[in-house]
Design a protein around this ligand. Structure first.
Ligand code: ATP
Ligand code: MG
Length: 313
């Protein structure tokens, strides 16, 4: 397989403008087949707009969208059976019953008429809807409506699943069920997922894209994005006192960008910020032991949340 055909989604120079707003300002987004790709960014960054464009709900103002190498704009039927979208505001028919609605979603999107019937039952179960399958959607709680919305993206067997904030409104148990579901789906699906729960994204995703003000700021393998930022490391130590001599030593080291201290019940918490990929644990622990008493020492690498704060200002 060449590099292009390994891409489930390939957006090239996609722009979307609304009167007075450039919602997307020329984005290139590549999502590999079989990956779980986290799409993160602050409110108004352009995540939902991108997702709606990929699913063919709204057209781009400019640019190309390739889905499994096929031009999405020229193949709307292929797109509707290949992509399952959980939109930000799901189009639920409130006067339908859960199962009836899901059957309806299956029938309007399905390309393969021999699609196995058990799939619907399986998804009803996987999305935690068994006990409400015969209830009117209008009478369901918010969390259950969200589960129905999730199920409608899955019932017709789409291979690319786009989830716009899937865990909004869910209780902690349901959130972990969604995480399990994503892990199960990843075996034979490609998933693009937006979320403000960066901790969740870091747990389930293997690729990540950060978008801000309609532009992509970072994109790639989660570990690569993290390791790029781990050039900025922080060592956290608890020591007995911070003497002038220790301060002078810390200030004299080229690799140290700066340090902060906090009094902590008679001891001192020292945070040393380093900008280098190298490992300074030995150098620092030696210095701290010599110049003070060292009670605790840890190396802190940047979590996705901190990277987000660093790049989105
Ligand atoms: N129909 C519309 N008409 C005008 N402006 C729009 C429309 N839809 C979106 N926008 C604007 O486009 C920009 C991107 O919005 P979008 O909903 O894609 O952001 P988002 O990243 O999904 O944000 P959130 O995290 O709040 O869901 C925003 O400035 C928004 O106000
Ligand atoms: Mg949104």
């Amino acid at each position: 397989m060449d590099a292009q055909s390994e891409l489930a989604l390939d957006l090239r120079g996609v722009k979307k403008s609304y009167p007075g707003v450039m919602a997307l300002d020329g984005i290139d987004l590549k999502v590999k087949v079989g990956s779980v790709h986290g799409f993160i960014g602050p409110n108004g960054a352009g995540k939902s707009t991108t997702m709606k464009i990929i699913a063919g709900l709204i057209p781009p103002s400019e640019g190309e969208i390739l889905v499994n190498g096929k031009d999405a704009l020229k193949n709307p039927e292929y797109i509707s059976s290949t992509i399952g979208l959980l939109p930000e505001t799901p189009p639920l028919y409130l006067n339908m019953r859960v199962k009836e609605y899901l059957e309806f979603c299956q029938s309007i999107n399905m390309a393969d008429l021999d699609f196995p019937q058990e799939h619907l039952q399986k998804m009803i179960k996987r999305c935690g809807l068994l006990e409400v399958k015969d209830r009117l959607i209008s009478n369901l709680s918010r969390g259950y409506k969200q589960r129905v919305a999730m199920a409608q993206a899955l019932v017709y067997g789409a291979k690319i699943i786009i989830l716009d904030e899937p865990t909004v409104g869910l209780d902690p148990n349901a959130i972990s069920e969604v995480r399990d579901l994503i892990r199960e789906l990843r075996k034979d699906h490609t998933i693009l997922l937006s979320s403000h729960q960066l901790y969740e994204v870091a747990k389930v995703c293997d690729e990540v894209t950060i978008i801000d003000k309609g532009k992509i700021i970072k994109s790639g393998n989660l570990l690569d994005v993290q390791s790029e930022f781990n050039a900025f490391k922080t060592y956290e130590a608890i020591i007995s006192t911070l003497s002038d001599s220790l301060k002078t030593h810390l200030l004299s080291k080229d690799f140290i960008q700066g340090f902060d201290t906090f009094d902590q019940e008679g001891e001192v918490m020292l945070r040393v910020h380093v900008s280098s990929h190298e490992d300074y644990r030995a150098t620092l622990t030696e210095l701290l032991t010599k110049e003070s008493r060292l009670f605790q020492f840890v190396e802190k690498t940047m979590e996705l949340e901190e990277i987000f704060k660093e790049v989105v200002k």
